[in-house]
Design a protein around this ligand. Structure first.
Ligand code: GDP
Length: 317
C-alpha cells in the first residue's frame, strides 16, 4: 500500500504498538515514521527507562512479549530475583534482556548521544525498518494529581496500579521541550499521506505528544488527513486505565469522547463496529471497523482500513 507519501503515526505503548506494527507491515519502511510518547519515561535504579519507546521498538522488531504486552519475549528474571535478595526495589519489573536496553541507553545518553540517536541505533541493530523516534529529546515527565497528591507517572501506573483517582495531569517540561526535529520536518515538509493517531490512551499517551510546543499547529498545517483510531471498544478500554481515567475526569468513556479530545485536529475517525451508535456524535467522517487487534492479520487489516480512510479524505491536488 505504498505510493502516497510518508505516514506519521503518534503512539503510546501497548495499543499504539499494535497498530504501528500493522502499519509497518503494509507500508514500505521509508514511508513510516512512528512518534513515541516519552512522558512515561523515568529514571529507575540509575537507568533511563523509556517504556512506550521500548514497547514500540520490541513490537516493530518482533521481539515483544505477547503475554505481558510489555518487555521482551523469551525473557528471564535472574536480575529481579537477585535484586530482591539484596532488598532492592522490585516494584518495576525489568527482565534480564530488557535490562540490557536500559543499561546501554543510559550509557549512551551519559556519553552525550540524544534519545533519538540511541533509539535509531538500537532500531538499526534490531532490524527495525521504519523510523521510530521519541516525541522529543528533551525531558518531559507526566505527573498525576490524585487524592494522594501529585504522583510520578510510574509510581501511579505500576506501583499503585492506577488505583488513586486522577484529578489532573501535568506534563512537566513540555512547555520548554522541542519536538523531535525529524517529526517536525516531516510535518512541515509537505507530501505527507496521513497523520495517524494510534489507539492509545488519549490522556497519558497522545496528549503528552500534543503538548509539545508547535506540534499541534504543525499537525493542523501539514496538509494531510489526520485520522485517529479509537482505543475504546464497546465503551471500555481493551486494557489499561483509559476508561477509568475518562470517568474520573467526568467524561463518560466512549469512542466519541476520545474523538472529542482531538477535535481540533481530526479529519477522520476509525472506531469499532460495536460503537456504531456513537458515530453521529463524533463530528468528523467515521469508518466503522473491527478494531480489536489479536492476530497479526488484525493489525494489518486495521492499518489498511486507516490508510484507506485517510486516502478517501485527501483533497485532490
Ligand atoms: P500504554 O502507554 O502502554 O498504556 O499504551 P497505549 O496508550 O498505547 O495503549 C493503551 C490503550 O490501547 C488502551 O486504551 C486500550 O483500550 C487500547 N488498546 C489495546 N489493545 C487494543 C486493540 O486491540 N484495539 C484497540 N482499538 N485499542 C486497543
Amino acid at each position: 500500500m505504498s505510493g502516497g507519501g510518508p505516514v506519521v503515526a503518534l503512539s503510546g505503548g501497548v495499543g499504539g504498538a499494535k497498530l504501528a506494527l500493522g502499519l509497518s507491515r503494509v507500508l514500505p519502511a521509508e514511508e513510516l515514521l512512528v512518534v513515541a510518547n516519552t512522558g512515561d519515561d523515568f529514571e529507575h535504579l540509575g537507568l533511563h527507562v523509556s517504556p512506550d519507546l521500548d514497547t514500540l521498538m520490541y513490537a516493530l522488531a518482533g521481539l515483544d512479549n505477547l503475554e505481558t504486552g510489555w518487555g521482551r519475549r523469551d525473557e528471564t528474571w535472574s536480575f529481579m530475583a537477585a535484586l530482591g535478595e539484596l532488598g532492592g526495589e522490585t516494584w518495576f519489573r525489568l527482565g534480564d534482556r530488557d535490562l540490557a536496553t536500559h543499561v546501554e541507553r543510559t550509557r549512551r545518553l551519559r556519553a552525550g548521544e540524544t534519545l533519538s540517536q540511541v533509539t535509531a541505533a538500537f532500531c538499526r541493530r534490531l532490524g527495525v525498518g521504519p523510523r521510530l523516534r521519541p516525541m522529543s529529546d528533551d525531558r518531559v515527565r507526566t505527573r498525576l494529581h490524585t487524592a494522594e497528591g501529585w504522583l510520578d507517572f510510574q509510581d501511579w501506573f505500576v506501583r499503585r496500579q492506577c488505583r488513586p483517582a486522577v484529578r489532573a495531569i501535568a506534563f512537566d517540561g513540555a512547555p520548554a521541550a522541542r519536538p523531535q526535529p525529524e517529526v517536525m520536518a516531516a510535518l512541515r515538509g509537505g507530501g505527507l499521506r496521513a497523520v495517524v493517531i494510534c489507539p492509545s490512551n488519549p490522556l497519558i499517551s497522545i496528549e503528552p505528544i500534543l503538548a509539545l510546543p508547535g506540534l499541534r499547529e504543525a499537525i493542523r498545517g501539514c496538509g494531510a488527513p489526520v485520522v485517529a483510531v479509537s482505543p475504546i471498544i464497546g465503551g471500555e478500554a481493551v486494557k489499561g486505565p483509559t476508561a477509568k481515567m475518562l470517568r474520573e475526569f467526568g467524561i463518560p468513556p466512549g469512542a466519541a469522547a476520545v474523538a472529542r479530545r482531538y477535535r481540533d485536529l481530526l479529519d477522520g475517525y476509525v472506531m469499532d463496529e460495536a460503537d456504531a451508535a456513537e458515530a453521529a456524535a463524533v463530528g468528523v467522517p467515521v469508518t466503522l471497523a473491527r478494531t480489536r487487534m489479536v492476530t497479526l492479520a488484525d493489525r494489518e487489516a486495521l492499518a489498511r482500513t486507516v490508510l484507506a480512510a485517510a486516502d478517501a479524505l485527501r483533497r485532490p491536488a
